[in-house]
Design a protein around this ligand. Sequence first.
Ligand SMILES: Cc1cc2nc3c(=O)[nH]c(=O)nc-3n(C[C@H](O)[C@H](O)[C@H](O)COP(=O)(O)OP(=O)(O)OC[C@H]3O[C@@H](n4cnc5c(N)ncnc54)[C@H](O)[C@@H]3O)c2cc1C
Length: 105
Amino acid sequence: MLELCDFLIIGGGSAGCIIAKRLAEKTTGRIILLEAGKSDEGDPAATDLSRLDEQTADYDWGFKASALAGGRPELRYARAKLLGGCANHNDCAFLRPPDSDFDAW
Ligand SMILES: Cc1cc2nc3c(=O)[nH]c(=O)nc-3n(C[C@H](O)[C@H](O)[C@H](O)COP(=O)(O)OP(=O)(O)OC[C@H]3O[C@@H](n4cnc5c(N)ncnc54)[C@H](O)[C@@H]3O)c2cc1C
């Protein structure tokens, strides 16, 4: 892999994508951005708000937080495995402030 590129970025989350973009703007070097997961582009579930909490093994590493004392069960610990990383599967929900807020800013 290293002979194919000048910059190898591992992980296509927010950090990896930003670094790749900024490098591409500043260098003519060959950049590879390597992401373990796939893209959800074109998957209707990606924009279906009724499926917000549905993070399937397709798009998630499936980590579990350790069981806590007192017999509490393991908790699911969402960590995205897809292009865009956690910023992609952390629901893409946002509130747009009123125009007056933008004007004030
Ligand atoms: C459910 C959820 C809700 C969140 N809500 C908010 C919020 O409301 N506001 C906020 O500010 N932040 C929120 N966050 C946190 C925010 O999304 C993350 O801090 C941020 O996206 C991390 O970006 P990152 O690029 O550092 O890592 P990640 O987004 O984790 O990206 C890492 C990428 O690397 C890939 N990768 C890992 N290992 C390898 C490997 N060996 N080879 C190739 N690829 C690999 C992963 O698949 C992943 O795509 C939330 C996170 C989650 C999970």
